[in-house]
Write a protein that binds this ligand. Structure first.
Ligand code: MIG
Length: 655
């Protein structure tokens, strides 16, 4: 059951699409105080677990930390961080199973705080047994969901937020990316090397260097004098180019998108009506007002030039929005510098770098521009900050439905709010080539699924820092199961395309495993999307009566048939795995054969070599496997066999 409580006059975020009547009952859980903004509190039982929050730091069980939903362009995802790129305000509070009542479902309820500004979730951080959720204004919808345990609650929530985005099938192939590819030959080299090493590949990503001076919806005229021809050349080779689109539009007279946006008044303005200026990659930029329906429609139309050139996928970046500095910030730092130069202020280097760093993504800047909602209504950006990336991707998604009806277009975004899942996938932004980020990648998967996001993935191998061959191999052994499987890295880091390492054949093997699994992964994806279900589940959702399973944070249920337990520590020969029931261990061996062994329920240590991919098949289940191919379109369903328990049924869903 879902109860909707409304406080004040909420901004309608359109996260929820179901029409729900106002709650008739008093709040059954927790206490609300409205003296100073909105403040919810709930006393956690000693064993209660808290799930949700989508793209957030720390565990699958969010208990024990403070999270702030406020889309943040912060590339350093250390354990102390409170905000990442997404803002997903859905949580589930669930008790541990009661050993004396083995058949009862755990007590659980879900909460969705539909508020587009900053929301603070103190989940047993200030006080171990206290959950509080607060925001500045008393204008929000609160949805309270009760049901039979956390899994049921997640699915009920999914039913009110609308169906998840379904990407075209090629988007389940492997994609190679790196910030720095600029010329046609850079892209050709990626294609050639994958071919030379016989490594499957479906997509090559185009980062900002493909543009003409970082101007959205342009291409560098020197490098791409005939862009359509280059797109066609790649397509001929079975490859799709996937360009990046940044949120900020370069302010440059004569640039069509800029001129049109100015003329129509579609950029965000300051309080005094002048256009807000920020410096991002192109230099001075304006931010399209994605919250204004007309501006949204106009921005969406801009994707047409690239669609017309044959492009079939996009990634939307910098849409928190990321700001290097604003005109105001620049003025402030100039004044400060002048004071130093004139001897009015002294500084030491530490202080100086702090000042310079604080210019980027300054909270004050988000208070310096407004969104025009039509009818003379406007809202200051900080109050609706978490809707910006959502509505950029919505602009594109709505345009694709008009411009390319029925044609699947791949899209994922960096910033997001619940609701965006209907239009787009997401990637989890700038991680690092750190072992701990393999585990963080895993933990976000079920949490994101609870919030509707199914087409998801991390930068495999890590974006920042230097990847090593073993890290990339272990990370890929998780990435083979994530819908978005992309190797991406930052300019200046060690090159991490497979052919840069000593053993391209190991990478070939792992990527071939991915392609062998695509019919299964796509089938499970479609089932999850159509049935408002999760593709990745915590063990607690499937084995709610098993206290140990409920505590597992480094294994996931994949689809309905499988369990994954990737290795995320360096130099490990394997790892401990807990089986809540008997399962079949499958190892995809580098010679293309399979190791299969039935293991009883309980604790095991499973050895896995660097070039093997482990997978567990649940008791009395099986899943399909095909022969690998060099691209998704070449997979041959006639080669399909099954692995697992042979007598089990499996329902294959294909588009
Ligand atoms: O300021 O386009 O997260 O994937 O490579 C950095 C360059 C901007 C951030 C994205 C990253 C991308 C990078 N972008």
């Amino acid at each position: 059951m879902i109860q909707k409580y409304t406080f004040g006059t909420p901004f309608e975020t359109e996260a929820v699409v179901a029409l729900l009547p106002a709650a008739s009952d008093d709040l059954a859980f927790g206490r609300i105080s409205t003296d100073d903004g909105f403040f919810f509190s709930y006393a956690l039982g000693p064993d209660d677990k808290v799930y949700g929050l989508g793209e957030a730091n720390r565990g699958i069980d969010k208990r024990g930390y403070l999270y702030v939903s406020y889309c943040a362009d912060d590339p350093i995802h250390t354990e102390d961080k409170h905000s990442f790129y997404g803002a997903h305000n859905f949580i589930i509070i669930s008790s541990m199973p009661d050993a004396s009542k083995p058949d009862a479902s755990p007590n659980a309820f879900g909460l969705f705080f539909d508020y587009p500004g900053a929301v603070t979730f103190d989940i047993g951080y200030s006080h171990r047994d206290l959950l509080t959720v607060s925001c500045d204004k008393l204008d929000l919808h609160l949805y309270v969901i009760t049901g039979e345990g956390p899994y049921d609650i997640a699915r009920q929530f999914r039913r009110i937020i609308g169906k998840s985005y379904i990407p075209p099938k090629f988007a389940f192939g492997y994609g190679q990316s790196r910030w720095g590819y600029a010329t046609p030959d850079d892209f050709r080299k990626v294609a050639d090397e994958h071919r030379r090493h016989d490594i499957p590949l479906d997509m090559i990503y185009m980062d900002i260097e493909y543009m003409d001076h970082y101007k959205d919806f342009t291409v560098d005229p020197q490098n791409f004098p005939d862009f359509s021809a280059f797109v066609a050349e790649m397509k001929q080779r079975g490859l799709r180019l996937i360009p990046i689109i940044d949120a900020g539009v370069k302010a440059e007279p004569g640039y069509r998108v800029y001129e049109e946006g100015v003329e129509k008044g579609y950029f965000c303005k300051r309080e005094d009506g002048t256009k807000f200026e920020a410096c991002v990659w192109p230099g001075t930029t304006h931010f399209p007002d994605f919250l204004n329906p007309k501006a949204r429609k106009w921005f969406g139309e801009q994707y047409k030039v690239l669609l017309d050139a044959g492009i079939e996928g996009f990634w939307n970046d910098m849409n928190e929005p990321a700001i290097f500095f604003s005109a105001e910030g620049e003025a402030e730092i100039r004044t400060w510098m002048e004071k130093i130069l004139q001897g009015e202020l002294s500084f030491h280097s530490f202080d100086f770098s702090d000042h310079a760093k604080a210019l980027a993504n300054k909270p004050e800047d988000y208070c310096r521009f407004y969104h025009d909602l039509g009818g003379g209504r406007r809202v200051r950006h900080d109050q609706v900050h978490n809707l910006y990336g959502f509505n950029m991707s919505r602009a594109a998604g709505e345009a694709f439905a008009r411009l390319a009806p029925g044609k699947g277009i791949l899209m994922f975004s960096r910033a997001s709010y619940i609701g965006m899942h209907r239009y787009s996938g997401l990637w989890t932004g700038d991680n690092m080539s750190w072992w701990s980020h393999i585990l963080l990648n895993l933990k976000m998967l079920p949490s994101l699924n609870m919030c509707g996001f199914l087409y998801i993935g991390a930068d495999l191998g890590g974006f920042g820092c230097d990847a090593t061959e073993d890290l990339l191999l272990r990370w890929l052994a998780l990435g083979v199961f994530t819908p978005l499987m992309r190797n991406h890295s930052a300019a200046g880091t060690r090159e991490q395309e497979f052919y840069q390492f000593d053993h391209p054949e190991d990478f070939r093997h792992v990527i071939q495993v991915r392609y062998r699994l695509i019919p299964y992964l796509y089938s499970e994806y479609l089932k999850a999307a159509r049935n408002d279900d999760l593709m990745f589940k915590p063990l607690a959702f499937v084995y709610p009566q098993d206290r140990i399973a409920c505590n597992i944070e480094d294994q996931l249920i994949l689809g309905n048939e499988a369990m994954i337990a990737p290795i995320y520590t360096q130099n490990a020969i394997g790892r401990p795995v807990y089986l809540p029931e008997e399962m079949m261990l499958v190892k995809f061996l580098p010679d293309g054969t399979l190791y299969q062994e039935i293991l009883p329920a309980g604790h095991h240590f499973v050895e896995v070599a660097l070039n093997e991919v482990p997978l567990f098949i649940r008791k009395n289940k099986k899943l399909p496997l095909v022969d690998a191919a060099d691209r998704v379109a070449a997979l041959d369903m006639k080669t399909m066999t099954y692995i697992g328990y042979p007598e089990a049924p499996y329902e294959l869903v294909e588009e």
